[in-house]
Design a protein around this ligand. Structure first.
Ligand SMILES: Cc1ncc(C[n+]2csc(CCOP(=O)(O)OP(=O)(O)O)c2C)c(N)n1
Length: 319
Protein backbone atom coordinates (compact mmCIF):
# COMPACT_ATOMS: atom_id res chain seq x y z
CA UNK A 1 0.00 0.00 0.00
CA UNK A 2 1.38 3.41 -1.02
CA UNK A 3 0.54 6.09 1.50
CA UNK A 4 0.63 9.64 0.13
CA UNK A 5 2.48 12.45 1.87
CA UNK A 6 -0.89 14.04 2.65
CA UNK A 7 -2.09 10.85 4.32
CA UNK A 8 1.05 10.61 6.46
CA UNK A 9 0.71 14.21 7.69
CA UNK A 10 -3.04 13.72 8.21
CA UNK A 11 -2.45 10.63 10.34
CA UNK A 12 0.18 12.48 12.38
CA UNK A 13 -2.27 15.35 12.93
CA UNK A 14 -5.04 12.96 13.97
CA UNK A 15 -2.79 11.27 16.51
CA UNK A 16 -1.74 14.63 17.96
CA UNK A 17 -5.38 15.68 18.05
CA UNK A 18 -6.34 12.61 20.07
CA UNK A 19 -3.37 13.08 22.43
CA UNK A 20 -4.13 16.77 22.95
CA UNK A 21 -7.80 16.05 23.60
CA UNK A 22 -7.05 13.25 26.06
CA UNK A 23 -4.40 15.19 27.99
CA UNK A 24 -6.81 18.09 28.42
CA UNK A 25 -9.62 15.73 29.47
CA UNK A 26 -7.30 14.36 32.18
CA UNK A 27 -6.81 17.88 33.54
CA UNK A 28 -10.50 18.75 33.33
CA UNK A 29 -11.40 15.52 35.12
CA UNK A 30 -8.90 16.28 37.88
CA UNK A 31 -10.45 19.77 38.17
CA UNK A 32 -13.88 18.24 38.73
CA UNK A 33 -15.31 19.53 35.44
CA UNK A 34 -16.17 16.06 34.12
CA UNK A 35 -18.49 13.77 36.07
CA UNK A 36 -18.49 9.97 35.83
CA UNK A 37 -15.78 7.59 34.71
CA UNK A 38 -13.14 8.53 32.14
CA UNK A 39 -10.87 6.00 30.40
CA UNK A 40 -8.17 7.63 28.27
CA UNK A 41 -6.63 6.42 25.00
CA UNK A 42 -3.19 8.04 25.49
CA UNK A 43 -0.55 5.75 23.94
CA UNK A 44 -2.95 3.87 21.68
CA UNK A 45 -3.57 6.61 19.10
CA UNK A 46 -1.94 4.76 16.20
CA UNK A 47 -4.61 2.06 16.25
CA UNK A 48 -7.74 4.16 15.69
CA UNK A 49 -5.86 6.50 13.37
CA UNK A 50 -4.33 3.83 11.14
CA UNK A 51 -7.56 1.86 10.88
CA UNK A 52 -9.92 4.79 10.25
CA UNK A 53 -7.67 6.09 7.47
CA UNK A 54 -9.19 3.27 5.39
CA UNK A 55 -12.83 4.09 6.13
CA UNK A 56 -15.47 6.41 4.69
CA UNK A 57 -18.44 7.97 6.47
CA UNK A 58 -20.56 5.08 5.14
CA UNK A 59 -18.48 2.53 7.01
CA UNK A 60 -19.32 1.65 10.60
CA UNK A 61 -17.25 1.45 13.73
CA UNK A 62 -18.10 0.11 17.15
CA UNK A 63 -16.15 1.45 20.07
CA UNK A 64 -15.43 0.71 23.72
CA UNK A 65 -15.33 2.41 27.11
CA UNK A 66 -11.97 3.86 25.91
CA UNK A 67 -13.59 5.42 22.87
CA UNK A 68 -12.54 9.07 22.47
CA UNK A 69 -9.73 8.19 20.04
CA UNK A 70 -12.03 6.07 17.85
CA UNK A 71 -14.57 8.90 17.66
CA UNK A 72 -12.00 11.55 16.80
CA UNK A 73 -10.32 9.36 14.17
CA UNK A 74 -13.70 8.68 12.52
CA UNK A 75 -14.43 12.42 12.41
CA UNK A 76 -16.50 12.96 15.57
CA UNK A 77 -17.44 16.54 16.45
CA UNK A 78 -15.07 17.77 19.16
CA UNK A 79 -17.60 20.33 20.49
CA UNK A 80 -20.35 17.77 20.93
CA UNK A 81 -17.89 15.31 22.45
CA UNK A 82 -16.62 17.78 25.01
CA UNK A 83 -20.16 18.93 25.86
CA UNK A 84 -21.15 15.28 26.39
CA UNK A 85 -18.19 14.74 28.72
CA UNK A 86 -19.30 17.81 30.68
CA UNK A 87 -22.85 16.33 30.93
CA UNK A 88 -24.33 19.22 28.96
CA UNK A 89 -27.48 19.43 26.84
CA UNK A 90 -25.53 20.22 23.65
CA UNK A 91 -23.56 16.97 23.90
CA UNK A 92 -23.94 13.96 21.63
CA UNK A 93 -26.38 12.28 24.05
CA UNK A 94 -27.82 15.51 25.46
CA UNK A 95 -25.55 15.06 28.45
CA UNK A 96 -27.00 11.73 29.53
CA UNK A 97 -24.38 9.37 28.14
CA UNK A 98 -21.00 10.77 29.13
CA UNK A 99 -17.65 9.48 27.98
CA UNK A 100 -18.75 5.87 27.44
CA UNK A 101 -21.87 6.29 25.31
CA UNK A 102 -21.13 8.58 22.38
CA UNK A 103 -22.63 7.63 19.02
CA UNK A 104 -22.91 9.52 15.70
CA UNK A 105 -24.89 7.49 13.19
CA UNK A 106 -24.28 10.05 10.39
CA UNK A 107 -20.60 9.18 10.67
CA UNK A 108 -21.20 5.45 11.09
CA UNK A 109 -20.12 5.62 14.73
CA UNK A 110 -22.40 3.03 16.31
CA UNK A 111 -21.45 3.91 19.81
CA UNK A 112 -18.91 3.70 22.54
CA UNK A 113 -19.91 0.96 24.93
CA UNK A 114 -19.63 0.47 28.67
CA UNK A 115 -20.28 -3.25 28.22
CA UNK A 116 -16.99 -5.07 27.67
CA UNK A 117 -17.57 -7.27 24.60
CA UNK A 118 -20.69 -5.31 23.67
CA UNK A 119 -19.22 -4.06 20.38
CA UNK A 120 -18.51 -7.26 18.42
CA UNK A 121 -22.17 -8.37 18.02
CA UNK A 122 -23.10 -4.82 16.99
CA UNK A 123 -20.36 -4.78 14.36
CA UNK A 124 -21.40 -8.15 12.97
CA UNK A 125 -25.00 -6.90 12.93
CA UNK A 126 -24.04 -3.77 10.97
CA UNK A 127 -22.01 -5.90 8.58
CA UNK A 128 -24.98 -8.24 8.12
CA UNK A 129 -27.13 -5.22 7.24
CA UNK A 130 -24.56 -4.11 4.63
CA UNK A 131 -24.46 -7.58 3.13
CA UNK A 132 -28.26 -7.77 3.05
CA UNK A 133 -28.58 -4.32 1.46
CA UNK A 134 -25.95 -5.24 -1.12
CA UNK A 135 -23.71 -2.20 -0.53
CA UNK A 136 -19.98 -2.35 0.15
CA UNK A 137 -19.97 -0.76 3.58
CA UNK A 138 -17.62 -2.34 6.10
CA UNK A 139 -17.97 -2.53 9.88
CA UNK A 140 -14.90 -2.24 12.10
CA UNK A 141 -15.00 -3.46 15.66
CA UNK A 142 -12.45 -2.04 18.12
CA UNK A 143 -12.17 -4.22 21.22
CA UNK A 144 -9.68 -4.83 24.01
CA UNK A 145 -7.75 -7.90 25.12
CA UNK A 146 -10.17 -8.22 28.03
CA UNK A 147 -13.11 -8.14 25.61
CA UNK A 148 -11.43 -10.82 23.52
CA UNK A 149 -12.21 -13.29 26.33
CA UNK A 150 -15.94 -12.54 26.33
CA UNK A 151 -18.41 -15.01 24.86
CA UNK A 152 -20.07 -12.25 22.85
CA UNK A 153 -16.83 -11.67 20.96
CA UNK A 154 -16.45 -15.33 20.00
CA UNK A 155 -20.09 -15.64 18.95
CA UNK A 156 -19.85 -12.50 16.82
CA UNK A 157 -16.64 -13.67 15.13
CA UNK A 158 -17.98 -17.15 14.52
CA UNK A 159 -21.17 -15.96 12.83
CA UNK A 160 -19.25 -13.32 10.87
CA UNK A 161 -16.95 -16.06 9.58
CA UNK A 162 -19.80 -18.48 8.77
CA UNK A 163 -21.71 -15.79 6.87
CA UNK A 164 -18.65 -14.08 5.36
CA UNK A 165 -19.72 -10.73 6.77
CA UNK A 166 -17.80 -7.55 5.85
CA UNK A 167 -16.36 -6.91 9.28
CA UNK A 168 -12.86 -6.23 10.57
CA UNK A 169 -12.17 -7.12 14.19
CA UNK A 170 -9.45 -4.84 15.54
CA UNK A 171 -8.07 -6.02 18.83
CA UNK A 172 -6.32 -3.35 20.89
CA UNK A 173 -4.06 -5.45 23.05
CA UNK A 174 -2.74 -3.06 25.70
CA UNK A 175 -1.83 -6.03 27.93
CA UNK A 176 -4.34 -5.33 30.67
CA UNK A 177 -8.04 -5.74 31.38
CA UNK A 178 -8.25 -3.34 34.33
CA UNK A 179 -5.47 -4.92 36.46
CA UNK A 180 -5.44 -8.41 34.90
CA UNK A 181 -2.42 -8.97 32.69
CA UNK A 182 -2.99 -10.99 29.51
CA UNK A 183 -0.28 -13.39 30.76
CA UNK A 184 -2.83 -14.55 33.34
CA UNK A 185 -6.02 -14.26 31.33
CA UNK A 186 -5.09 -15.93 28.02
CA UNK A 187 -3.42 -19.25 27.26
CA UNK A 188 -2.29 -18.34 23.73
CA UNK A 189 0.37 -15.67 23.22
CA UNK A 190 -1.68 -13.69 20.71
CA UNK A 191 -5.34 -12.81 20.44
CA UNK A 192 -4.87 -13.14 16.66
CA UNK A 193 -4.05 -16.85 17.11
CA UNK A 194 -7.74 -17.38 17.76
CA UNK A 195 -8.56 -16.46 14.15
CA UNK A 196 -7.58 -20.03 13.21
CA UNK A 197 -10.64 -21.27 15.12
CA UNK A 198 -12.85 -19.30 12.73
CA UNK A 199 -10.79 -19.96 9.60
CA UNK A 200 -10.27 -16.25 9.02
CA UNK A 201 -7.01 -14.31 8.56
CA UNK A 202 -5.42 -13.26 11.84
CA UNK A 203 -2.43 -10.94 11.96
CA UNK A 204 -0.38 -9.35 14.72
CA UNK A 205 0.88 -5.82 14.09
CA UNK A 206 2.91 -3.30 16.04
CA UNK A 207 0.03 -1.18 17.30
CA UNK A 208 2.34 1.75 17.95
CA UNK A 209 3.33 1.97 14.29
CA UNK A 210 0.52 3.82 12.54
CA UNK A 211 1.78 2.88 9.10
CA UNK A 212 1.83 -0.85 9.93
CA UNK A 213 -1.67 -0.59 11.39
CA UNK A 214 -2.93 1.30 8.34
CA UNK A 215 -1.47 -1.28 5.96
CA UNK A 216 -2.93 -4.25 7.84
CA UNK A 217 -6.32 -2.55 8.01
CA UNK A 218 -6.18 -1.72 4.31
CA UNK A 219 -5.84 -5.43 3.45
CA UNK A 220 -8.63 -6.45 5.81
CA UNK A 221 -11.00 -3.69 4.65
CA UNK A 222 -10.35 -4.55 1.00
CA UNK A 223 -11.07 -8.19 1.68
CA UNK A 224 -14.31 -7.30 3.49
CA UNK A 225 -15.45 -4.96 0.67
CA UNK A 226 -14.82 -7.73 -1.86
CA UNK A 227 -17.22 -10.01 0.02
CA UNK A 228 -14.45 -12.32 1.23
CA UNK A 229 -15.44 -12.04 4.88
CA UNK A 230 -13.96 -10.97 8.21
CA UNK A 231 -10.39 -10.64 9.46
CA UNK A 232 -8.84 -10.23 12.88
CA UNK A 233 -6.04 -7.72 13.40
CA UNK A 234 -4.30 -7.66 16.76
CA UNK A 235 -2.52 -4.38 17.52
CA UNK A 236 0.07 -4.71 20.29
CA UNK A 237 0.00 -1.44 22.19
CA UNK A 238 -0.08 0.06 25.68
CA UNK A 239 -2.06 2.63 27.61
CA UNK A 240 0.17 5.22 29.23
CA UNK A 241 -2.37 6.12 31.88
CA UNK A 242 -4.30 3.98 34.34
CA UNK A 243 -7.37 1.96 33.41
CA UNK A 244 -9.50 4.94 34.48
CA UNK A 245 -8.57 8.40 35.66
CA UNK A 246 -7.72 8.00 39.34
CA UNK A 247 -6.39 4.44 38.98
CA UNK A 248 -3.25 4.12 41.17
CA UNK A 249 -1.91 1.47 38.74
CA UNK A 250 -0.25 -0.64 41.44
CA UNK A 251 -0.39 -3.72 39.17
CA UNK A 252 2.37 -2.61 36.79
CA UNK A 253 5.84 -1.33 37.45
CA UNK A 254 7.44 1.95 36.40
CA UNK A 255 10.04 0.24 34.20
CA UNK A 256 7.35 -1.35 32.09
CA UNK A 257 5.57 1.98 31.63
CA UNK A 258 8.84 3.74 30.78
CA UNK A 259 9.73 1.04 28.27
CA UNK A 260 6.44 1.51 26.44
CA UNK A 261 6.68 5.29 26.54
CA UNK A 262 9.92 4.87 24.59
CA UNK A 263 7.75 3.29 21.88
CA UNK A 264 5.26 6.18 21.88
CA UNK A 265 3.60 6.20 18.43
CA UNK A 266 3.61 9.99 18.05
CA UNK A 267 7.33 10.88 18.37
CA UNK A 268 8.00 7.78 16.29
CA UNK A 269 6.03 9.05 13.29
CA UNK A 270 7.18 12.61 13.96
CA UNK A 271 10.82 11.56 13.64
CA UNK A 272 10.12 9.73 10.40
CA UNK A 273 8.22 12.64 8.87
CA UNK A 274 10.92 15.12 9.91
CA UNK A 275 13.50 12.90 8.19
CA UNK A 276 11.31 12.70 5.09
CA UNK A 277 10.97 16.48 5.08
CA UNK A 278 7.18 16.26 5.40
CA UNK A 279 7.26 18.04 8.76
CA UNK A 280 9.38 20.88 10.09
CA UNK A 281 9.57 22.20 13.65
CA UNK A 282 7.47 25.17 12.49
CA UNK A 283 4.83 22.97 10.93
CA UNK A 284 4.62 20.88 14.12
CA UNK A 285 4.07 24.02 16.15
CA UNK A 286 1.45 25.22 13.69
CA UNK A 287 -0.44 21.92 13.97
CA UNK A 288 -0.30 22.05 17.77
CA UNK A 289 -1.44 25.69 17.93
CA UNK A 290 -4.38 24.97 15.61
CA UNK A 291 -5.44 21.95 17.68
CA UNK A 292 -5.13 23.87 20.96
CA UNK A 293 -7.37 26.59 19.51
CA UNK A 294 -9.97 24.05 18.38
CA UNK A 295 -9.86 22.41 21.80
CA UNK A 296 -10.17 25.69 23.71
CA UNK A 297 -13.25 26.54 21.60
CA UNK A 298 -14.77 23.12 22.38
CA UNK A 299 -14.13 23.60 26.08
CA UNK A 300 -15.72 27.05 26.02
CA UNK A 301 -18.71 25.63 24.11
CA UNK A 302 -19.08 22.85 26.69
CA UNK A 303 -18.59 25.17 29.64
CA UNK A 304 -21.17 27.70 28.46
CA UNK A 305 -23.77 25.10 27.41
CA UNK A 306 -26.74 24.47 29.73
CA UNK A 307 -27.21 21.34 31.78
CA UNK A 308 -30.19 19.18 30.74
CA UNK A 309 -33.44 20.23 32.38
CA UNK A 310 -34.87 17.97 35.08
CA UNK A 311 -38.10 17.75 33.06
CA UNK A 312 -36.09 15.84 30.36
CA UNK A 313 -34.89 13.21 32.81
CA UNK A 314 -36.89 10.33 31.33
CA UNK A 315 -36.61 11.37 27.65
CA UNK A 316 -34.47 9.18 25.33
CA UNK A 317 -33.88 6.74 28.16
CA UNK A 318 -34.46 3.04 27.59
CA UNK A 319 -34.33 0.06 29.87
C1 LIG B 1 -19.61 -7.28 30.59
C2 LIG B 1 -18.67 -6.47 31.46
N1 LIG B 1 -17.89 -7.10 32.37
C3 LIG B 1 -17.05 -6.38 33.16
C4 LIG B 1 -17.00 -5.02 33.06
C5 LIG B 1 -16.04 -4.22 33.94
N2 LIG B 1 -14.92 -3.75 33.11
C6 LIG B 1 -14.87 -2.49 32.65
S1 LIG B 1 -13.53 -2.21 31.70
C7 LIG B 1 -12.95 -3.78 31.93
C8 LIG B 1 -11.65 -4.24 31.32
C9 LIG B 1 -11.64 -4.14 29.85
O1 LIG B 1 -10.39 -4.49 29.34
P1 LIG B 1 -10.09 -4.49 27.82
O2 LIG B 1 -11.22 -5.09 27.06
O3 LIG B 1 -8.75 -5.09 27.63
O4 LIG B 1 -10.07 -2.95 27.43
P2 LIG B 1 -9.05 -1.81 27.92
O5 LIG B 1 -9.62 -1.22 29.18
O6 LIG B 1 -7.74 -2.45 28.11
O7 LIG B 1 -9.06 -0.82 26.80
C10 LIG B 1 -13.83 -4.50 32.73
C11 LIG B 1 -13.64 -5.91 33.12
C12 LIG B 1 -17.86 -4.40 32.13
N3 LIG B 1 -17.87 -3.07 31.96
N4 LIG B 1 -18.67 -5.13 31.31
Amino acid sequence: MELTNEQLVKMYTTMVKIRTFENRVAELFADGKIPGFVHLYVGEEAVATGVCENLTNNDYITSTHRGHGHLLAKGGDINKMMAELFGKKTGYCKGKGGSMHIADLDLGIMGANGIVGGGPPLASGAALASQYMGNDNVAVCFFGDGASNQGTTHEAMNLAACWKLPVVFVNENNMYGISSCTLNSMCVPNVADRAAGYDIPGVVVDGNDVIAVCEAASEAVKRARQGKGPSLIECKTYRHRGHFEGDPCSYRDDDEVAEWKEKDPIPRLEKKLLEMGLLTENKIEEIQTELQKELAAAEKFADESPLPDVSELLEDVYT
